[in-house]
Structure formats: C-alpha cells, structure tokens
Design a binder for this molecule. Sequence first.
Ligand code: GTP
Ligand code: MG
Ligand code: NA
Length: 460
Amino acid sequence: EAGSRDVLRSPICCILGHVDTGKTKLLDNVRRTTVQEGEAGGITQQIGATYVPGDAICMRTEALRKGKEFELKLPGLLIIDTPGHESFTNLRSRGSGLCDIAILVVDIMHGMEQQTMESINLLKMRNTPFIVALNKVDRLFEWQAVKDAPIMEALERQKPHVKAQFEQRLQQSILNLNEQGLNVALYWKNPDKRKYVNIVPTSAISGEGIPDMLQLLVRLTQDMMSERLMFISELQCTVLEVKVVEGLGTTVDVVLVNGVLHEGDTIVLCGMNGPIVTNIRSLLTPHPLKELRVKGSYVHHKEIQAAQGVKLAAQNLETAVAGTQLHVLHKPEDLEGLKLLAMKDMEDIFKSVDRSGEGVCVQASTLGSLEALLEFLRSPAVKIPVSGIAIGPIHKKDVMRASVMLEKGRQKFAVILAFDVPVTKEARELAESLGVRIFTADIIYHLFDHGRGCLKRCGG
Ligand code: GTP
Ligand code: MG
Ligand code: NA
C-alpha cells in the first residue's frame, strides 16, 4: 500500500532469556558490533536499545528471499536488550513491559533454565507474542559453519550425525516448552501461526538463522499487529539511564515507546528531590545499528517518532531517576498534575525502605539496579537492613548520611553499598576520616564478595 510505510511505527522487540544464552551476541551479529566483549564480567546489567533500520533488515534477509520482493511496511525495529542474570528480574520485567514482540533466547545445549521460565511467565502475563531463538547451533559437535545462511540451508549442509543431534536437542527443547504450557514448532513447520510459537535455530557467532529471525519478526509484527502499530497514540516514554556526556552535560537515555518528542518540548520527570521541569535542548540518537547504552557519536533531530532509543540533553537532569516515565507538558494548567504523576514511580520504592531505622545505605546507578539490590538485601539468606537509598554518584552528603549510624553507636551499619556508581574524591576522603566504609562493585553479586565479612555482621 502506498504510504503505509509512513504510518506504521517501528515495533519494539525485547530479547529475553537466561544468562549467557547469547542475547547480546545475537544483537552484535545483527549490528556487526562487539558490545558483548566490552561488558563487565560478560554479563548485561542494563537495558539496551538499538534501532535496526529497514534497509539493514532487507539486506540481512536477502539470502532468504532469493530475489523475491519483500514488502517491508515498517520503518525498522527497535530492539531492547535485557540482562539474563537472576538479579535483574525487574529489568526483564521493565523491558518486556515496553515491547510489542519478544525473542526468547534458549541455549540449544542447555534447554530450559531458571530465567527461561521466568521470562515465559512475564510474556504470558502480558500476552506478548514471541519467537524462540534456539541459539548456539554451532556448538553441536562437528557443526559446519555456513556464515549468515538461512537456517534450512545450513542444516541441509550438515553431516547426518549433526542433523540427528540437532533433531534430538530440538525435540528436548520442544518438550520443555510444552511442559511450560506452550505449543511450539519450527517456524517452517508451524501449522498455525496464531496457535504455535515459532522456533528459529540460530548461531550468534556464525550467523546461521539470523535472516530467518529478522524476517519472522517483521512478518509477525507488520502482518499480525498492524493495528497496534498503526497510529502514534499519546506519549509513552521511559527513562533508562542518567549519564554525564562530555560536551552535553547530564543527559537521559529514554525509550520512546509511543508518540513524538520535539526539540524545545517542556518535559516533566521524576527527580530524586522532587519533580524536574525542563526543556529539551537536544534530541539525539545513536547512529542506526549502534547500541544506545554504549558511548558513541550522535545524530541530532528536530523531532523523533516512536519507537526509538533517544538521548535527551536538558538542564537540571542531574537528579532524574532511571526507570521512571517522562511526560511532555502541552498545557500550562496540566503542570501540577504531571508533577504528581512523575513522582509516583519512585514513591512506591522509597516507601519500602524504613528510613528512620538502622541499616546500611545503598546506592545504585538506576532505579532498576537499586530495586534489584534492595530485593537481594531483603532475601532470607541475606537480610541486611537498609536505612538510606540513593541513585547516582556518591557525594559528601551521602557519606554524611551514612555516618549517622556512627552517632547512633551502630558502627556496623556505617556502610555504603555502591553498585555501578562513581565515588567523588571528596566523598572518599570524608568517608575515610569519619570511618564510613564504602563497598563498590560493577557486578551486583561482587558487592557481597567484597564486603562479605563486614556485611555478615550487618545481616539478621
Ligand atoms: P546476559 O546478558 O549476561 O544474560 O548474557 P547474554 O544472553 O547476552 O549472552 P552473551 O551474548 O553475553 O553470550 C554469552 C556467551 O556465549 C559469550 O561467551 C558468547 O560468545 C557465547 N555465545 C553467544 N551466542 C553464541 C552462539 O551462538 N554460539 C556460540 N558458540 N557461543 C555463543
Ligand atoms: Mg547480554
Ligand atoms: Na552474558
């Protein structure tokens, strides 16, 4: 249809699955990047966003179409990467809450794992359509790589015993998924796309099945959910990260799920010390096929339509809280209402901490990782009380707050657990002189390795 390509918005596709099944690596293959190699501990600890434009999809699916026209009605796909590590249930939940469709990644050598099941439950809960990428086919014994090939072509080229291995592991995974109450089928054998979840075997290393995966995502979204993708409804925009960028000052990375953002828009956000009202100074995106969470150069825009991963530069963003909703002010009389709405997300989490009592202080880079840390500290095996929480770098005032425990004679609680946040020089000096201990780590569970002895004394 003429013009239809202008109307549909890009669908948001979320990648979910157990830790190390290859979610980031699959995206690296699509992007031709090496984001995974740069991750601390090789694990993803933030939500990522990558825009895959229509041209790139056409190019990667060419081998599959063999010259046949592919009527692409979508501008592109916005792919959201999520962590698989058990600590990040909240980020998986947030990611899956943003998406129109999902890829559930299963390691063909491992089959069903703990966070595979958790992810399935998240998808069922929200009724989100998804496909299963049965990844790491290249690890089948004596697999012969057929770089970037459509998966059926690659399978045909394998020796009989490799085909047999594949079949056996496939059947095992099908059985596992059936046990989770899912009807599943290899996508080329799927008897009914509305009743059976499609399985696509893939390798993130040698690229087999990537064309199939992309084509499936396009087909399932543009053919089966065009209504949902048809109109740009009211603004839906989630803050993923707050970051200082040289030359831009403090910026926020957001996922624009629905609606339009303009340069100059007045926005209302949730801040650590109350609502933030400011104007968008610059509206930036990474280049297509680049990951928003990785530092790079940016494209400037006057306006941006959903769906996109966007970096916003504006004044007063220093205290913005990751994981909350961003609102645009259209009528001045809406201001007070929007301020209340913006603060709602954080209040729920802050309410869960008893700040009058005794306990350690906890500080993290995002609302998501803060939630994960609090969850961990509450768990029966750990049970460490928390008296203060904050998001962002550790400043002198944070050390002062933790030192209150010293005044109360509760030395063991004069501790700051800092996840993925910098400590300012002044804060570190003050902590040393006061006797406040700061444990930092860029992997959540390392915090507890580093501070084990000390934290044991804090536990109940
Ligand atoms: P988290 O984000 O930490 O949950 O992990 P992930 O699912 O993003 O997996 P990641 O991309 O970090 O890959 C984990 C490991 O598996 C890395 O060492 C990858 O190189 C490897 N890997 C991923 N996909 C494949 C694949 O298709 N074949 C093989 N042989 N190795 C793979
Ligand atoms: Mg990852
Ligand atoms: Na990993």
